[in-house]
Design a protein around this ligand. Structure first.
Ligand code: AMP
Length: 117
């Protein structure tokens, strides 16, 4: 995906708009969701521009693993190890993706139903 990342998360990565960061390394960034849907609601994103899982390639396998491991770290830092957390990636407008830069929602701190709505 070589085109300019004009999404709000692209702007956060470039520092053009602020975010409440909780974790960052060379490849991954995690920050508080602006409209939390749970007591803990943090977004973990790859710094590389990937639209969603449909846009991911074999070469992105390690990076996507880093997203999951960063989510684990964030969840532990937030004290969710005992009660657990939900890790959600919406892929496509039809299932609720509203920002078209891949992001994993780390959700916790309340009970969750299944199947998700
Ligand atoms: P999704 O609907 O899966 O694409 O999730 C997008 C998420 O991004 C939503 O939970 C929004 O609340 C969140 N969001 C949108 N803009 C911002 C922002 N500037 N900073 C933090 N979170 C944001």
């Amino acid at each position: 995906m070589s085109e300019q990342n004009d999404t709000v998360f692209g702007k956060i990565i470039r520092g053009e708009i602020p975010s409440d960061k909780v974790y960052e390394d060379d490849d991954v960034l995690a920050f508080q969701d602006l409209n939390p849907a749970a007591p803990v609601h943090i977004l973990v994103i790859p710094k590389k521009y990937i639209v969603n899982a449909f846009d991911a390639e074999e070469d992105d396998a390690e990076l996507l693993g880093k997203v999951v491991l960063a989510a684990k770290k964030v969840a532990i830092d937030q004290g969710l190890e005992e009660d657990g957390f939900r890790l959600v990636i919406n892929n496509g407008e039809g299932v609720g993706q509203s920002v078209f830069h891949l992001h994993a929602h780390v959700l916790g701190g309340r009970s969750f139903s299944w199947p998700p709505g």
